[in-house]
Structures are given as C-alpha cells and as structure tokens.
Design a binder for this molecule. Structure first.
Ligand code: 13P
Ligand code: ZN
Length: 329
C-alpha cells in the first residue's frame, strides 16, 4: 500500500450517496486529465460548497503515474482545508476493467472504484464484482458496478462525422435487483439512454430525441429502496464548443447530447452520481484551439492553460447547478 485514501484527506462515497439520495440531488463526478482541469473543478466546488467525486480512468495512470495522481489530488484537498472548509472529495477509479486495476488504484489512494463487468455475461459480472467488493470493503473503499450496455467511447475516440450513433442495451430492473443483492456492490451504473463520448442520442422516426428511461430508474427504486444509481455518459455536447473546435481547425460532428433538464430530473431520483467527461474535454480543447489561433507567436502552453481554467470553472459551476449539489458539502 503506497497511500491510504484516508491519509490523503479523501472520503469514500457511502455518506455522500446517503445524503444525496435523501436530499434529492446528485453528486457531480468530474473526469480530469490535466492539472488545470483539476484546479478548475476545485475552484468550482469550493465556490459552490459542493461535494465532488474526481474521476480518473485507468488511462490517467499511464499518463501521469499513480504517485502524481495521489499527490495532486491531495494538494487539491489540502487547499480546501487551508481555506477552512469541509468539502467531501472522493477519488474514484472510472471503468476499472480488471481486479488488478482496482487493486492498483486502492493501493495508490483511491477511495472508490468502479469494476465494469458490463460486457461480461451476467453471472461473470456478478462473480467479478463480488470478488472486487469483498477486497475493497476490507479497506473501507466503496464499489460501483455496471449492468446493461452503455456504449460509446469512454476515452473520447475519434467520433467523426457519419459515425454510427450509440447502441445501448437498457438495464433490466429485475436483473438489477438480483445483481445488487448477489454482488455486494455499493452503487450501480445503469443504462437508461445516456451514452459515452460525442455521439449520444439518436432521433426516433418522428425526428424527436428520446428521453431518458425514468421508468427503469423508478422500477429499480421500488425494488431496491435507498440504493444509489449512477448515470454515465451524461455530457451535454454544447454546440458552442463543437463550433469553436471546427472554426479553429478541428473536424468533429455536432451531435445531440443529454439535455440539462433531463440531468436535472435524474438528479432528483435515486441517481446519486452523474459522470461528466466529454464536456470538460471539448470545453478545454475548444478554447485551447481558439487561444492558439489568436496567439500565433506563443511559445509556451501557459498562454492557454491560464485562460482555460476560469472557462472550465464556469462549466463545472453550471453542472453543479443542474445536479443540485450546491451547499451540500
Ligand atoms: P460523457 O462522455 O458523456 O462525458 O460520459 C462520461 C462518463 O461516463 C465517464 O465514465
Ligand atoms: Zn462511464
């Protein structure tokens, strides 16, 4: 064990979810892939006094290394303490695919992990989730599992024009109850119409976008009262960012993301965690492209890192508003 999350000032998600469920709001879970992004997230949660879950995918370990992730997250938490605030922060492994990835994260300061066995057959998903949950619970780490297929590129990919829209398989509420009971997981990511990455909702034959399947959320709530659910793939894909990327040399498709009002409605249900990754990436990238175009003589990256931080902060402030987590720290 290199770091215990408790020594880094982090918390697991148990208490956060209990309060969110009872309070009818959701805890924002923001992916970060740069120090500027982490700083912007902390700026926003400090201003809003909101709990937060920091999402790091296994790829971030390859990018920064475990040591650095633990240290920069710890410095973010120290900032909260130095300002005299008490804001719960969890560091969560997003889409851990193997037991080994989960163990590595826990041994390096993660307070919460996701074991994503959703592509496996039902019984194998249960067995893997159970094994990981038994290990994690021994160290007071919380475990998120996934049931149902929520497609799309978790790591962005190159969703260019003409790419096939997301194909999902909705979570079966009856199976969800059995899965939760037998696997021992603490929260469950469900497939109710959201999708990872840039390409999300596909208009129906009438040209209208389908709404999220609130009936599935409700059915699970009836079967598993008090149990927290997780919404992945909830980015909005604002035209503003897509247009800016394309105006400054990029070539990505404008697609329909998840409307804010759908996330707002989900936040008031048994959904206690909503994941946002792509919106943060395209916001940062759009402004970076614009700023570089406006500053052709720039010779170091601070020309855009310093300017994108407050713009990212605005995005996260807005997300906290729609999730209803302001002043819930
Ligand atoms: P988005 O791609 O919609 O931001 O989803 C993020 C996510 O679910 C990360 O696990
Ligand atoms: Zn996800």
């Amino acid at each position: 064990m290199n770091y215990s999350y408790k020594d880094l000032g982090l918390v697991n998600t148990a208490e956060m979810f209990r309060k969110a469920y009872e309070g009818g709001y959701t805890v924002p879970a923001f992916n970060f892939i740069s120090i500027e992004q982490l700083n912007a997230i902390m700026d926003a949660v400090i201003e809003k006094n909101s709990p937060v879950i920091l999402l790091a995918s296994p790829n971030l370990h390859r990018q920064l290394g475990h040591e650095m992730i633990a240290r920069i997250v710890q410095s973010g938490v120290d900032r909260i303490t130095h300002e005299g605030l008490k804001i719960p922060v969890a560091l969560h492994l997003d889409h851990g695919m193997t037991r080994e990835q989960c163990v590595l994260a826990v041994e390096n300061g993660f307070s919460s992990i996701m074991i994503d066995g959703s592509a496996k057959p039902f019984e194998e998903n249960i067995a893997l989730t159970k094994e990981v949950s038994e290990y994690a619970h021994g160290l007071d780490v919380t475990v998120e599992a996934e049931l149902g297929i929520l497609s799309g590129e978790e790591e962005g990919g190159s969703a260019g024009a003409g790419e096939a829209p997301c194909e999902s398989k909705y979570t079966d509420p009856l199976r969800a109850e059995e899965f939760i009971r037998r696997s021992g997981c603490d929260s469950l990511a469900v497939s109710v119409g959201t999708c990872h990455g840039l390409v999300k909702m596909k208009p129906g034959p009438d040209g209208k976008l389908p709404g999220l399947r609130f009936d599935i959320l409700e059915h699970i709530r009836e079967n598993c009262p008090g149990f927290p659910l997780v919404l992945h793939g909830a980015s909005n894909i604002a035209p503003e960012y897509v247009e800016m990327i394309n105006e400054h040399g990029g070539h990505i498709e404008q697609t329909a993301g998840i409307p804010d009002d759908q996330v707002r409605l989900a936040a008031a249900t048994n959904v206690c965690k909503v994941n946002i990754a792509t919106d943060g990436w395209i916001c940062a990238l759009a402004h970076t492209r614009r700023i570089l175009d406006e500053n052709p003589g720039a010779i170091d990256s601070r020309v855009f890192t310093l300017k994108t931080r407050p713009l990212l902060k605005e995005l996260y402030l807005h997300k906290i508003d729609i999730m209803g987590s302001e002043n819930k720290a």
